[in-house]
Ligand binder design. Structure first.
Ligand code: NAD
Ligand code: TDX
Length: 336
């Protein structure tokens, strides 16, 4: 099988490429990524020289480049490429619309022209909006995105649906909850808090810290996508989540405790505008229809993740570049 993976130098995409090369050593993977601030070829060092992995630096909004790639006998495309950080979408929404909406449409059109057998759109639970104290997101929950990020992801998802309904393109949309694990950029909650705690700097908690996210270890997300590629029914949406709801404060306290750092490092800062209160995924369709089951409990997953960041300090200090510092100064300024 020939797989075109977009965004395969980012956090989940690179974990997915490594996972698929382990699970299916006979598959050909073409990995296309624009290498934005979030893309990092270091994540793929362990597969350098593997003849079944080819990296191409290109932008998914580049019609000519995408058509050329798709024309090379691609069987399946998995679209991870996106602008992915909610806070950045509040500071600069336009690039989110370009990559997440227009980029998805460019890929869909190229896939249609070249009769690709499956188009998997990697989406997020954030398109469903925010939950109250009870209930869970199912695949039937109406889309009510609240941030420019989630609105742009919802736009991409709707185009995927339209290409199925209008042109009969064989598609699936997956909607996963918050991922964590190796290679996550230190702008996202867990790696950011680990790096701040290790530096003895203040840990910025938004609002009252009681917003809830539903956490899934990244490899469990990858195994679900593998099943969707092979057994997903065309046109269907699959929710992915491991029933691991935690408040942000619980996450931050767990990190401090495991690193032996004091709770006095916690600093409550101004809330994120439009901050969704709670996410919770009902994964029943994916578990029952595809036989998917996550392997990692939150307790072991977070321990492994903290260990990885301790062992790979070079990886994350190197990417805390000048552009990262600029972004973070803007971001922190917005919260104080
Ligand atoms: P990430 O920001 O770490 O990686 C995104 C990758 O896409 C980067 O390598 C970047 O260089 C690349 N990219 C960005 N714009 C591009 C463009 N125009 N053309 C080509 N490549 C481009 O993001 P992530 O956390 O790995 O998320 C991957 C996907 O999974 C996204 O679609 C995101 O919406 C979705 N998702 C993420 C989570 C999560 O918790 N991180 C949860 C559910 C769904
Ligand atoms: O400094 C912080 N302080 C803080 O309290 C940061 C960066 C975050 N938070 C809070 C905001 C959220 O309630 O922590 C929670 C998690 O924040 P993020 O790591 O920014 O993730 P989230 O906004 O939930 O979105 C993530 O999950 C869904 C990914 O970034 C998305 O790409 C994915 O779709």
């Amino acid at each position: 099988m020939k797989l075109l993976v977009t965004g395969g130098a980012g956090f989940i995409g690179s974990n997915f490429v490594l996972y698929m090369l382990r699970q299916h050593p006979d598959y050909q993977i073409v990995n296309v990524d624009a290498l934005t601030y979030a893309g990092n070829l270091e994540n793929l060092k362990s597969v350098e020289g593997n003849p079944n992995h080819t990296f191409v630096k290109a932008d998914i909004t580049d019609t000519k480049a995408m058509e050329e790639l798709m024309g090379q006998d691609v069987d399946v495309i998995v679209n991870f490429a996106a602008e992915s950080h909610v806070d950045r979408s509040i500071l600069e929404p336009d690039i989110f619309v370009k990559t997440n909406v227009l980029g998805t449409q460019v890929l869909l059109e190229a896939a249609r022209k070249h009769n690709v057998e499956k188009f998997v759109q990697v989406s997020t639970d954030e398109v469903y909006g925010s939950l109250g104290e009870t209930g869970l997101f199912t695949e039937e929950t109406p889309l009510q995105p609240n941030s420019p990020y989630s609105a742009s992801k919802a736009g991409g998802d709707l185009l995927v649906r339209a290409y199925h309904e209008t042109f009969g393109l064989p598609v699936n949309v997956t909607r996963c909850s918050n991922n964590y694990g190796p290679y996550q950029f230190p702008e996202k909650l867990i790696p950011l808090m680990i790096s701040k705690a290790l530096a003895g700097e203040a840990l910025p908690v938004y609002g009252d810290g009681l917003n809830i996210r539903d956490w899934l270890y990244v490899e469990d997300h990858c195994s679900a996508i593998d099943l969707v590629i092979h057994n997903g029914r065309n046109g269907e949406v699959y929710n992915i989540g491991g029933n691991n709801e935690r408040t942000n404060l619980h996450i931050v306290r767990t990190i401090l405790e495991q690193l032996g750092k004091p709770e006095s490092l916690i600093k409550y800062v101004q809330d994120r505008p439009g901050h969704d209160r709670r996410y919770g995924i009902d994964p029943t369709k994916t578990t029952q229809e595809l036989g998917w089951k996550p392997k990692h409990s939150f307790e072991t997953g977070i321990q492994e993740t903290i260990r990885w960041y301790l062992d790979n300090k070079d990886w994350w200090t190197r990417i805390q570049s000048e552009t990262y510092q600029d972004y973070y100064a803007k971001q922190y300024g917005a919260r104080l």
